[in-house]
Design a protein around this ligand. Sequence first.
Ligand code: G
Ligand code: G
Ligand code: MN
Ligand code: NA
Length: 251
Amino acid sequence: PDFPSALRRASGGIPEGFGLVFQPIVRLAGETPVAVEALARWTTRDGTAVSPETFVRAAEGAGLGAELDALVLDLACREITAAGLDLTVHVNVCASRLGAAALEQSVAAALARYRLPASRLVVEITETVPVPDLAAGAAAIRRLQALGVRVALDDFGAGYSSLTVLHALPVDLIKLDRALTTGVQPDRDAALCRSLVGLCADLELDVVAEGIETPEQASLVTAAGCTTAQGYLYGRPAPLPALRLSTIPAG
Ligand code: G
Ligand code: G
Ligand code: MN
Ligand code: NA
């Protein structure tokens, strides 16, 4: 499965077999959608769905991280505006891309091209590798915020995403990794969630609880003080029209 070749062949267009699906992020009170997260999908010519971990890593490894970011940002902003949805859109970006001038240019270009207000875009920093230089990462986040977009720390509480990282990076919101919200050990999970949500409140950070699959898990994170959540309980990732979210009333 040669994603880099498909990306190169597309030269700025959409590679064959590539697309975005979107997953709702809801306000827990009332389960109202407030945002959607764009998730990249790629299917090879013979019909094999390749996991995003695999093809994102392949693109990065081939030096095509900038091209992938540009593609995802453009498509996400295009789809959310074409759908006429008054929702925020979240886009995933690898931590290794933080600081790249091309990333900032792609964010600005996508917003301008579709006239999407910057306040409606969230860049989720996904730490599959640690942020190489936290001071430089912090400066890069401030430059993104200067464009008007918000920055999220993805998968918080798992992998490389630690309290040290949270302390160093001036993000606007964190996404609590589903490892912390599954309720395998209800008492301990609740305690951990409560203290992390409390910490975030003190730091004036918004929190999205990820991986909510059951009403019990929703109650757990609600009791812990979370106000927004994402997970199969509210909707699986799907093409934007299939989510049937309500559009801005024509005015
Ligand atoms: O959608 P879920 O299938 O399985 O996504 C798996 C992982 O791939 C997640 O960690 C997600 O952050 C990452 N991912 C999905 N789409 C993108 C993307 O457009 N860019 C990057 N960098 N990562 C993505
Ligand atoms: O970017 P991030 O690492 O958060 O990627 C989200 C990933 O989590 C995607 O792969 C998405 O398909 C997956 N996901 C979203 N909601 C749920 C859920 O409720 N349960 C599980 N197991 N996975 C989920
Ligand atoms: Mn994410
Ligand atoms: Na995540």
